[in-house]
Design a protein around this ligand. Structure first.
Ligand SMILES: Cc1cc2nc3c(=O)[nH]c(=O)nc-3n(C[C@H](O)[C@H](O)[C@H](O)COP(=O)(O)OP(=O)(O)OC[C@H]3O[C@@H](n4cnc5c(N)ncnc54)[C@H](O)[C@@H]3O)c2cc1C
Length: 411
């Protein structure tokens, strides 16, 4: 354990986007907070690095769509505070077969919540977005509410803002043990967090350790959270013709193609002459043992033919020109886990509010929500409650009731 080198209201484990947003929200409330990461801050071995992530409100689940209202405002707020734009606004386009239940649910949720959308047939999709072609029995759902987020820059921004509000940031400090039963200076109970750079005490500890969360949680409580890390790849492709049509200022959208597999992409923005297109999903991996190589074979098998077909020869589809490995942390229902971590298996079904909390299992769609996740985790850690969000959807207990988690109407 070594010498205890500090005491904080909250110790946050994990300096990806979720931990950084959580530390920012806690520091902003003038509470002492320590943000720890096992590697250099802004490293490329987790889930939050890279040039961009999509932000969209077109969810088949109404609760995510509703949560986006606050997430958008929190992005705005942070941008104003730092004086730098992380969110580049664009249109968003969902494409799928007319029978696709997920797409039907997206349309229903948008209409119910008053989110302006246009539903286009395949010809109208090609008229609107000159370079895009979809199968004749497919539709496109287009909205003005979308965009890309500058990913690594957003992590750096929330860390800078946390620092500005008084947070302590420490990298290359791997957390090796988290335990309860220690006394704080005022005699109350605290959490001991041991790292490779010494030990600290916290009144609360938030685990936001991405693909490593399951291992940490298991070491603390013996519980196997159903979080499966997946190795996936971000890829950029060269635009050969019609570059102007791929620019966000000319209306090119972020997009999701709900086929088999799901393919997603963003306009030409981060690298001149290139645009991002990747396949949703990947293969199971161990975050400690994985190779950091991008999966070019999968891209050539799944994305290349789709690009050739859907972009009418405007894109060099044989191979991407930039590709980088990344990780998803999947839960069975693809819903997040935002909860108090039970300290033993027997505590799982009780409403006990443990001093250790967890934000994990973001299932490849967490980035857009990260400022709100930070707000929720700060509320839970500092007050024991978080209002305005349906936390039952993100509970650990849901897996006790059904190992597959939440059931989805559209499946
Ligand atoms: C290719 C790809 C595309 C995506 N696209 C989108 C998108 O378009 N829109 C969207 O909303 N989301 C998207 N996502 C998902 C989003 O990026 C993730 O949900 C989000 O980045 C998860 O952040 P995190 O902080 O939970 O995890 P991470 O970024 O992995 O952070 C966890 C951190 O914890 C640290 N850590 C782990 N164990 C320890 C320990 N023992 N001690 C100290 N530190 C530790 C790790 O080093 C790491 O830095 C995408 C993800 C990927 C991979």
């Amino acid at each position: 354990m070594g010498e205890i080198s500090g005491e904080y209201e909250v110790v946050v484990v994990g300096g990806g986007i979720m931990g950084s947003c959580t530390a920012y929200q806690i520091a902003k409330r003038a509470k002492s907070v320590l943000l720890l990461d096992q590697y250099d801050f802004l490293h490329h071995r987790g889930s939050s690095h890279g040039e961009s992530r999509t932000i969209r409100q077109t969810y088949p689940e109404e609760y995510y769509s509703a949560m986006l209202d606050e997430a958008f405002s929190l992005w705005e707020e942070a941008q104003e505070e730092i004086g730098y734009r992380m969110h580049v606004k664009t249109k968003h386009l969902d494409m799928g077969s007319i029978q696709n239940k997920k797409l039907q649910s997206i349309i229903q949720v948008c209409r119910k919540r008053g989110i302006p959308i246009e539903v286009l047939n395949s010809e109208q999709v090609s008229e609107r977005f000159k370079v895009i072609k979809v199968p004749s029995d497919w539709i496109g759902v287009v909205t003005d509410i979308g965009g890309t987020l500058r990913a690594s820059k957003a992590v750096a921004t929330f860390q800078s803002l946390a620092l500005k509000h008084g947070a302590t940031l420490r990298d290359n400090a791997k957390v090796t043990e988290i335990s309860i039963g220690c006394k704080l200076r005022d005699g109350s109970d605290g959490v001991l967090v041991c790292t490779t750079r010494g030990s600290v005490l916290g009144r609360k500890c938030v685990i936001a350790a991405g693909a490593w969360s399951q291992k940490l949680a298991n070491e603390i409580s013996g519980i196997e959270l159903p979080i499966q890390p997946l190795h996936t790849t971000i890829a950029y492709w060269k635009i050969q013709e019609g570059l102007q049509s791929f620019l966000p200022e000319n209306g090119f959208p972020t997009f999701a193609f709900h086929g088999d597999p799901t393919i997603y992409g963003t306009p030409s923005l981060e690298y001149p002459g290139l645009f991002k297109v990747s396949v949703d999903g990947g293969y199971p991996c161990d975050p400690e043992k994985r190779a950091f190589l991008p999966d070019l074979d999968l891209l050539r098998e799944k994305v290349s033919p789709w690009l050739a077909e859907s972009f009418r020869g405007n894109v060099m589809s044989e191979s991407p020109v930039i590709a980088e490995a990344c990780m998803y942390s999947m839960t069975p229902d693809e819903d997040y886990i935002l909860d108090f971590l039970p300290l033993t298996k027997t505590e799982m079904s009780t409403a006990a509010k443990s001093p250790i909390l967890i934000a994990a299992g973001f299932s490849g769609h967490g980035f857009k929500m990260s400022p709100l996740v930070g707000r929720i985790m700060a509320d839970l850690a500092l007050t024991g409650e978080a209002h305005g969000v349906p936390l039952h959807n993100f509970s650990i207990e849901r897996f006790l009731q059904n190992p597959k988690g939440n059931t989805k109407d559209y499946e």
